[in-house]
Design a protein around this ligand. Structure first.
Ligand code: NAP
Ligand code: FER
Length: 339
């Protein structure tokens, strides 16, 4: 019997927010793995903000997804056929397998996952790309120190949830912004943030941030950009470090958003602003994963998951994540039985 593989491809390049009509769901017969290859049955697919950039026809660190091509993305799954001795039948792996139910890989660039160490879905958040982004962004780019005030925007999402908890682990005061009251409860009650506010529900962002950070901000981990970042800059302390991790408030704009000119604050505060990509730290992924796994296993790092079932719903899950439906990490589950 031929197994059919369902794939989501890019149909059109979005203008503004992506729509379901920008994607196609197609069905293709599954081919057999060749010599040295493995066949992977994907269990969880990650949908991430960076995918919005890959839908544009613009030069970037990686090529755009071509029209008609399977959407780019990382998933975690199980080897169900192996012609590569390094990945025997039943091995769990993660890799850039795309938005599809099954993938064939030659094993290059994929990671073995130990299902005994943590649930396999964690390979897509705490023990994966978002976790490492938080780790290197906060500890390396910002060089966070005990006792500092750390402000995180996008604080209840995949990266932000971990940044806040890492700040707590490093004995900092963690303050964050997110877009719903439920997210604030998650941040303070489950993640250990000292204070949080709903940026959609306040009139004056500057006044709110000043009230929650009376001693100013030493470290700003920016996931969103836009008006929140504009409100943070005047609150930076002398010697502050700012990591520009993401600017999601700008990804779906149809026209460029111009803000106030605030760079003079950086002069007075002798602040450092650094953009970074997690890939810059590829040679140190092992180190990050060792620490993140320890903190996860000891219960000091947690992550809520928002799970959407079925490859056919991947576009919907992605679009909802861009609109803020997720508390914690947005995933798409592709198999009923996990591990
Ligand atoms: P996420 O936070 O789990 O999900 C995206 C969140 O963005 C939504 O839940 C939504 O939450 C928020 N958002 C959407 N529109 C917004 C707006 N206009 N203003 C403020 N917040 C908005 O996603 P993630 O995977 O953790 O990524 C977070 C950021 O880090 C993104 O900007 C991403 O591009 C960046 N990133 C960078 C790297 C890197 O290597 N530099 C790696 C991974 C991620 P609300 O309810 O709070 O609005
Ligand atoms: C992200 C946002 C942007 C990200 C990568 C990029 C890995 C890179 C963009 C570019 O090179 O244009 O969340 O995550």
């Amino acid at each position: 019997m031929t197994i059919l593989n369902h794939q989501v491809t890019l149909k059109s390049r979005p203008v503004g927010f992506p729509q379901a009509s920008d994607f196609d769901l197609i069905e293709v017969p599954l081919s057999k793995p060749g010599d040295g290859e493995i066949l992977i049955e994907a269990h969880y697919l990650s949908v991430d903000p960076y995918m919005r950039g890959r839908m544009n026809d613009a030069a970037s660190y990686a090529d755009p997804v071509r029209l008609g091509e399977v959407m780019v993305g990382e998933s975690v799954g199980r080897v169900i056929e192996s012609r590569n001795p390094k990945f025997p039948l039943g091995t769990f792996v993660s890799g850039m397998f795309g938005w599809q139910e099954y993938a064939i890989s030659d094993g290059k660039g994929i990671r073995r996952i130990d299902p005994a160490a943590a649930p396999i879905s964690t390979a897509l958040h705490v023990l994966g790309m978002p976790g490492m982004t938080a780790y290197f962004g906060l500890l390396d780019v910002c060089g966070v120190k005990k006792g500092e005030t750390v402000f995180v925007s996008g604080a209840a999402g995949a990266v932000g949830s971990i940044v806040g908890q890492l700040a707590v682990i490093h004995e900092c005061r963690a303050v964050g912004s997110a877009g719903s009251d439920d997210k604030l409860i998650y941040m303070t009650d489950e993640l250990g943030y000292d204070a949080a506010f709903n940026y959609k529900a306040v009139d004056d962002l500057g006044e709110e941030i000043r009230g929650l950070c009376p001693e100013g901000i030493d470290v700003y981990f920016d996931n969103v950009g836009g008006p929140i970042t504009d409100a943070v800059f005047p609150m930076l302390n002398v010697g502050a470090r700012v990591a520009i991790c993401g600017q999601i408030s700008q990804y779906n704009l149809k026209e460029r958003d111009l803000g106030p000119r605030l760079f003079w604050h950086l002069i007075v505060k002798r602040a450092t602003v650094r953009g970074f990509l997690v890939f810059d730290f590829a040679s140190r992924y092992r180190e990050a994963l060792t620490h993140l796994t320890e903190w996860y296993q000891s219960g000091r790092l947690k992550m809520r998951e928002r799970i959407t079932d079925g490859i056919e719903n991947a576009p919907h899950a992605f679009i909802e994540m861009l609109h803020g439906a997720n508390t914690g990490k947005q995933l798409v589950r592709l198999q009923a039985a996990d591990e």
